[in-house]
Design a binder for this molecule. Sequence first.
Ligand code: GLV
Length: 321
Amino acid sequence: MVNSRRMLVVVARVLLPAGLDPLRDRFEVREGGFDATRDRVLEIAGGADAFVADPSVPVDAQLLEACGDGLRVVANFAVGYDNVDLDACKQRGVVVTNTPDVLTEATAELALALTLAAGRRMSDAERDLRAGRWRGWDPAAYRGIEIRGSTVGVVGMGRIGHRYARLAHVLGAEIVYAGPTAKPEVENEMGARRLELDGLLEAADIVSLHAPATAETRHLIGARELELIGADGVLVNTARGTLVDSDALAGALEAGTLGAAGLDVYEGEPEVPERLLAAPRCVLLPHIGSATVPSRDGMARAVADNVITVLEGREPPSRVV
Ligand code: GLV
């Protein structure tokens, strides 16, 4: 029998009780706390058998070194794992896991919420009302778009992209998508058409990003692409901030060459570019895509399941490498 009692799980920042409790039942657990600095994380990492990261915690060679040779698993508290150096983990024989599925619904629903909020100018309208600038019912003010009858472009037809496409389709949108692989099941289900990215940006009234952050997708949407989306178009990003050139986005909103944007993610979080904060027709949320009770509890449980299975010598439910 595996004696796992004295194994050490280092949680870089925080983990919800749904994940923390089962880990504490079996292992020693050391937490960095919500505001843990990089230095603090390096300090507490020593001797870890398992390391729990989240999107704000870079897991690189230096951190793996700080964990030491006993490290067996990096469990990311997220579906995205762009914060983890997979090659460095592979080289050290460290398993990497993530938390897919449990957050699909929450993130797709938030993308839909951002689509509606940006498409209907909700942030500008609410800001004006709160500032006492509402002068009465105005037939010309805050005119937006409707999902019914529009073309929605889904960039990245994975689990979240697919669920978002379904929601938009149910509301009456035509679906186009771009991505590395054809999805015949999605094409059959909702008549979705696969296009090259440029073709999608031209065809779509609403563009929602659901692609992972990689070297290839960095600034996938820049000035040229924003121009293709156009002055009436809406851009939604619930994936990762690096997919969009935020300076170009702010410029397009300022100049009126893009209709509106709804963002949940940013380059260099938790910093938000000043120009975006001031830009018109722009809804900004603080990376809350998966922030529902079932989703976040499910993610925490998935982290625990991944750690427990690896430390007990079994295959984890969601292994990345
Ligand atoms: C959150 O951003 C995630 O990738 O799960």
